[in-house]
Design a protein around this ligand. Structure first.
Ligand SMILES: *Cc1c(COP(=O)(O)O)cnc(C)c1O
Length: 394
């Protein structure tokens, strides 16, 4: 008997397409009232009819109906047995690194999200967990980093912000041979475009603050476990001990976001393609980083494992003065951290998202003071381009 209930142990409507499953979720409707959208169960605790009899809910830190609908929906969409919803992407990733014991070693993508650097360096480093950063798009480098103590590979693909692509299937084979878990942070592409569990990963994580929530209005995180009940139990102990579960209102917002995920992702994808192509024609732009370019180094891997390129584009301009001008003069586009929402945001990674990335790694990667990252939103592509053009060139 499973001692918690966010497992997917019911009909997951596998005959339906992804779009239909995103709309209808796990239960879809609320069973008692028939409400077609899962209500916000804003309750801390749940009444029991008698001793030994329960509705399945006891206390909202352990399980809450709104959160559970989100957890199960994400397990369905990623193709795992069990999902967990956290108060942030950081909290989700913390739970995954907590699977490691002192003396064990994790191999990570070198241009991983800045906050993840902080988790492995400042937090878990103190508990005797070792780490090595590698370029995950270079399988030789990945293999060379393996030690007897290596127990986990943590991959972001495409990477943030340099848009490097890791071959999930190939790294999964390497991880299996090393007896290590493969974790993929699937924030950038979401299960609509990329399903890492089907490609051999053991765990998927998300900052659902980004595309899953999709509206720049909530901070949240997701973990989905592929098939190991042992791992699921450990994550459950972690979330209930740390108290890092997602609140009912935020669970509702992410669930609501997921219903439109496919249509939003398609539009993000189309808009980013147009913006990336335009950037390439610009005299002040030195280099554009976008996984949808056919001459991207890892284009073949991208085509093999994803069904879309996502909405992220990074670029280097001619000088830090141009950066300054763009960030000051954009009007509709907002100079703000984060990504994956309806609004187009432009970010300056070197002092924002990647402030905590070690300096030598930033230099090696090219996260310089003339480097910008853009999350292309859902406005009309022509308006995005016009705004950028004016800010950069006028
Ligand atoms: C934003 C982000 C995180 C951290 O998530 P929060 O929701 O901000 O805590 C982790 N990984 C990636 C790839 C991100 O973009």
């Amino acid at each position: 008997m499973k001692n918690f209930s966010n497992y997917v142990d019911f009909d997951t409507k596998e005959n339906l397409h992804f779009e239909s499953r995103a709309v209808h979720g796990a239960l879809g409707t609320e069973p008692l009232t028939g409400a077609v959208s899962m209500p916000i169960f804003q309750a801390a605790t749940f009444r029991h009819p008698e001793l030994g009899n329960s509705t399945g809910f006891a206390y909202s830190r352990l399980a809450n109906p709104t959160r559970q609908e989100l957890e199960r929906t994400m397990a369905i969409l990623e193709g795992g047995i069990c999902g967990f919803a956290f108060s942030s992407g950081q909290a989700a990733n913390m739970s995954v690194f907590s699977l490691l014991n002192p003396g064990e070693h994790v191999i990570l993508s070198d241009d991983i999200y800045g906050g993840t650097f902080r988790i492995v360096g400042d937090v878990f480093g103190r508990y005797g967990i070792e780490h090595t950063y590698v370029d995950m798009s270079d399988l030789k480098e990945v293999k060379a980093a393996i030690r007897p103590e290596t127990k986990m590979f943590f991959v972001e693909t495409p990477t943030n912000p340099m848009m490097k692509v890791a071959d999930i299937r190939a790294i999964s084979d390497i991880a299996k041979e090393a007896g290590a878990l493969l974790v993929v942070d699937n924030t950038f592409l979401t299960p609509y475009f990329q399903r890492p569990l089907a490609l051999g990963a053991d765990i998927v994580t998300h900052s659902s603050t980004k595309y899953l929530g999709g509206h720049n209005d909530t901070i949240s995180g997701i973990v989905v476990v592929k098939d190991s009940q042992e791992i699921a139990d450990k994550i459950q102990v972690h979330i209930k001990s740390h108290g890092s579960q997602l609140a009912p209102l935020d669970s509702f917002l992410v669930l609501r976001g997921i219903k439109t995920l496919p249509v939003r992702m398609d539009r993000h994808n189309e808009n980013a393609k147009k913006v990336a192509a335009w950037l390439r024609t610009q005299p002040k732009v030195r280099k554009v980083y976008y996984v949808g370019f056919e001459d991207h180094k890892d284009y073949a891997v991208t085509k093999k494992q994803t069904s879309g390129f996502g909405g992220m584009v990074s670029f280097t301009v001619d000088s830090s003065e141009t950066v300054r001008k763009i960030l000051k003069d954009v009007d509709m586009i907002m100079f703000a951290e984060s990504l994956g929402g309806t609004e187009t945001l432009i970010t300056y990674p070197t002092t924002q998202t990647h402030e905590d990335t070690p300096k030598d790694i930033k230099e090696k990667l090219g996260i310089s003071d003339s480097f910008l990252r853009m999350s292309v939103g859902l406005e009309h592509a022509e308006d995005i381009i016009a705004d950028l053009n004016r800010a950069m060139n006028a």
